[in-house]
Design a protein. Structure first.
Length: 70
């Protein structure tokens, strides 16, 4: 059975939390795509500076396109 906190509000049948956590959906997506990029093939291929640039481009591509499936 679901239990709700007193600060949770029902809005259009959906529970809305008026004080969202610091780790919102965008940050979670960004972290997920960064983890997907961190594979041995990438970490061994790029220098530190180039790796950071490539990771940033990959994450940006994934966020713009909506998904980056393996």
């Amino acid at each position: 059975m679901w239990r709700y906190r007193a600060r949770d509000i029902f809005q259009n049948g959906v529970i809305m939390n008026p004080k969202p956590t610091k780790r919102n959906g965008f940050k979670l997506l960004r972290e997920m795509y960064r983890k997907r990029f961190r594979i041995p093939e990438n970490t061994e291929h790029y220098s530190k500076e180039d790796y950071r640039k490539a990771e940033k481009k990959y994450v940006k591509l994934c966020l713009i396109s909506g998904s980056c499936e393996r």
